[in-house]
Write a protein that binds this ligand. Structure first.
Ligand SMILES: NC(=O)c1ccc[n+]([C@@H]2O[C@H](COP(=O)([O-])OP(=O)(O)OC[C@H]3O[C@@H](n4cnc5c(N)ncnc54)[C@H](OP(=O)(O)O)[C@@H]3O)[C@@H](O)[C@H]2O)c1
Length: 263
């Protein structure tokens, strides 16, 4: 199967290229908002499957809603219109997180920020335009090559650095390697449609950091709890863990595996 990954330089994109032995197209190689360039790519590479990992993140979406819509909605639509089959990633932030419970795929999404709204519209556009679409909602993904809080906090703590960790926002978290392995299984079994793929359990950035401290033997006092309002400019939904049909290993086990492979 010929697989092309778009947004290939990012966290999920680079893991997908590696796992699938796919052709990776970075932003520089292909801007997914350019419909003509997308059509040319299809004609040149003739992929059987496109794995779309291009995205505009939470804070940038709030700063530039037009760009957010172009990349998170129109770009995926450009790909879905011409792809024989597509994997498209979405997010727990399609939910409002007002109730303290896990969200299932048939729960009604009610996004509270621009990222969530564009991710929801993106998944709907892809589902409408491509019959063989796999829509994968994941949450707080960590792994190699990303300078995010959850991907780097173990190194900062080991170095003795104090970290401020948000303690009042809760969600599932996901090791990128577990994510791509699970997506590969979904593709192999041709299970088209909407899926939630996350590690089991629920965490806040604070409990995540405390567990990272435990694993690397750092002083837990280095983790300073903070409210989301103190740390983030953009509102995050408060409690959005995802219910999965096929549970992956617990996030603590996945975090230990990540730290062992990327000390
Ligand atoms: N990371 C998470 O915690 C998380 C959680 C839930 C869901 N997801 C979903 O997982 C998917 C992948 O996220 P990620 O964390 O891997 O993102 P990422 O690390 O931020 O990578 C996104 C990539 O998209 C590229 N890109 C931006 N605009 C583009 C365009 N117009 N055309 C082509 N490429 C473009 C970026 O390149 P430049 O930087 O060069 O612009 C970047 O390499 C997304 O659908 C996201 O919503 C992520």
């Amino acid at each position: 199967m010929r697989i092309v990954v778009t947004g290939a330089a990012g966290l999920v994109g680079s893991a997908a290229v590696q796992h699938f032995g796919a052709t990776g197209l970075t932003h520089r190689d292909l801007d997914i908002t350019n419909a003509t360039a997308v059509q040319k790519m299809i004609a040149d590479l003739r992929p059987d499957l496109i794995v779309n990992c291009a995205v505009i993140g939470v804070d940038e979406c709030e700063r530039d809603p037009a760009l957010a819509r172009a990349v998170n909605v129109d770009g995926p639509a450009n790909l879905a219109r011409v792809a024989p089959s597509i994997v498209h990633f979405s997010s727990n932030y399609v939910f409002d997180g007002r109730d303290e419970r896990f969200y299932a795929t048939d729960d009604v999404p009610r996004p509270i920020n621009e990222y969530g709204r564009t991710k929801l519209d993106g998944e709907r556009a892809v589902a409408e335009l491509c019959q063989r679409a796999f829509i994968i909602r994941s949450s707080w993904i960590f792994g190699r090559g990303k300078e995010s809080f959850i991907s780097t906090v173990h190194r900062r703590l080991r170095a003795g650095e104090r970290v401020r960790a948000v303690s009042d926002v809760w969600a599932s978290t996901t090791y990128v390697r577990d994510l791509v392995e699970s997506v590969a299984e979904i593709i192999d079994n041709n299970v088209y449609g909407l899926h939630h793929v996350v590690n089991a359990g629920v965490c806040s950035n604070e409990t995540f950091a405390l567990d990272a401290a435990r694993i690397v033997g750092a002083d837990p006092q280095l983790v300073e709890p903070a409210s989301t309002g103190e740390v983030h400019h953009t509102a995050r939904p408060r409690y959005t863990p995802l219910l999965t049909t096929k549970p992956l290993r617990d996030w603590r086990e996945a975090l230990a595996a990540y730290i062992q492979s990327e000390p």
